[in-house]
Write a protein that binds this ligand. Structure first.
Ligand code: GUN
Ligand code: FE
Length: 461
């Protein structure tokens, strides 16, 4: 019960100030009512038969329900490196920071500590669905899936496949065969713990073209096809990387062509970055129905470039946001909403105003766009009857009669003075909010995160 905000299209945000959303035992949205200000809870319950004993969760103060965020690309084992990138760009960043850290996940104890911490962290930032890269290690990858399932976070969990000599000897698959065997083992395990794939699903994860030999890429394409699995990889992130791919795969005329030749461009493929694609490459990706994860914080941090999101959207691509920890310096999708808008403004300064993304568009990418990238557009990303209750309660604190924050939220990042209209409140949250504003998070109706500011549910009124 209370205000709710969600995207109804790429450019439109619905702000319903007096809402009532009914969520059934299965976590499915059974009704969505608007303008219920003058109805008592009893009257709403009477109108919706069978809801007499429903618990009521109310938004307190200045707050609203917002759909859970979808992170379409992140690396759980890189969590300890968050904020560390120095002056590196992609290829030396991988060698300096990433491979040594990921290699240490041979230790299941380390994986347990870091993965638990990271899943808690992403949930606390309102991420209800996350596409994770793990490492090459099967036990640690499977443990990440266990943790997501236990905590109730929707996740795609991928064992990273990498067998080329770009990777150090201490951290790579021995051969295509062992890589294939290990990836299949992880897929089978993840399907055994959640056979219907309601919370966790496996995802075939060839790291990126330079990490894989041609026969390894083909094997991964076949594996995804035979097991009907999602695929995730990186594409066209950095100019040196692109030159390297051209050298490594002389038979193909572009980075996109490399993946296409090896059967890796499917409607269930998530391609991260897509910063420097040619128009022909974008056309191929569109034709194959593959999806794009925009990682703005990462693209700036390791100076990869400004992805042309407006162009991608105009061409009809499906685009979501990715935090890309630890290329990206923050596990929050809200932070990446801001970064996405910022990057688009820098692009606009160099090109034209058309490149600018609005607050509404960035929030769409963070929710419905991301849902479409991971194939869950019918289930999550908005508040519609038949969708599932993946949501966060945002609290902005309250103002007193003098129009000053009343102190109840003195440790919060957003000050609401009481004169703001609803559009302004949402803008304040987008530009200066953080996890302190996310006081409760649900996935499929299950409470998966709460802070001390969440008042909980009330029984039958
Ligand atoms: N390309 C290959 N591996 C990685 C990675 O771990 N992070 C990013 N940002 N790009 C990559
Ligand atoms: Fe990445």
């Amino acid at each position: 019960l209370g205000p709710f905000v969600h995207s109804t299209s790429l450019t439109e945000l619905e702000i319903s100030e007096q809402g009532a959303i009914g969520v059934d035992e299965k976590g499915v949205i059974a009704f969505v009512e608007r303008d219920v200000a003058h109805d008592g809870v009893d009257e709403i319950k009477r109108r919706n038969q069978g809801w007499e004993n429903a618990e009521v969760v109310s938004v307190e103060g200045n707050g609203f329900f917002f759909p859970g965020f979808i992170d379409t690309h992140t690396h759980a084992p890189q969590h300890p490196n968050t904020g560390l990138f120095g002056k590196t760009t992609l290829l030396d960043w991988l060698q300096t920071y990433t491979f040594p850290m990921e290699a240490s996940f041979a230790s299941l104890q380390k994986a347990s500590t870091i993965y638990r911490n990271f899943v808690s962290r992403t949930l606390s930032h309102g991420t209800t669905t996350c596409a994770y890269y793990a490492t090459i290690h099967v036990p640690a990858t499977n443990l990440l899936a266990d943790i997501c399932l236990a905590r109730g976070q929707r996740a795609l969990v991928g064992r990273v496949c990498m067998n080329s000599d770009l990777s150090p000897e201490y951290y790579r698959d021995e051969s295509t065969e062992t890589g294939l065997r290990d990836s299949l083992e992880s897929i089978n395990y993840i399907r055994s713990i959640d056979p219907a794939g309601e919370i966790v699903k496996p995802i075939v994860t060839p790291r990126f073209a330079p990490s894989c030999t041609p026969d390894c890429l083909s094997a991964m394409g076949r594996l995804a096809k035979e097991t009907d699995t999602h695929i995730q990889t990186h594409i066209s992130e950095n100019v040196n990387e692109i030159a390297f791919v051209a050298e490594m795969f002389p038979a193909q005329d572009s980075y996109t062509h490399v993946y296409d030749t090896h059967g890796l461009l499917t409607p269930k493929t998530i391609l991260a970055h897509a910063v420097h694609l040619s128009p022909e490459e974008r056309a191929t990706i569109k034709q194959r129905g593959s999806k794009i994860s925009h990682c703005p914080a990462s693209n700036t941090a390791i100076t990869s470039g400004c992805a042309p999101v407006r162009t991608l959207l105009d061409e009809g691509h499906t685009v979501g946001l990715g935090t890309d920890v630890s290329g990206g310096f923050h596990p929050s999708i809200l932070e990446n909403v801001r970064q996405c808008i910022w990057v688009s403004r820098h692009l606009a300064l160099q090109t034209s105003d058309a490149a600018k993304l609005s607050t509404e568009e960035a929030l769409y990418l963070a929710t419905r766009g991301g849902a479409a990238v991971v194939g869950l557009e019918d289930k999550v990303g908005a508040f519609e009857v038949g969708m599932e209750w993946d949501a966060q309660m945002i609290s902005l604190g309250t103002a007193n009669e003098e129009g000053c924050p009343d102190g109840a939220f003195e440790d919060g990042p957003v000050d609401v003075f009481g004169w703001e209209n609803w559009t302004e409140k949402v803008e304040k949250w987008v530009y200066s909010g953080d996890d302190r504003n996310t006081v409760a998070v649900w996935v499929r109706g299950r409470l998966v995160h709460r802070t001390g500011k969440f008042m909980g549910a009330r029984g039958a009124a």
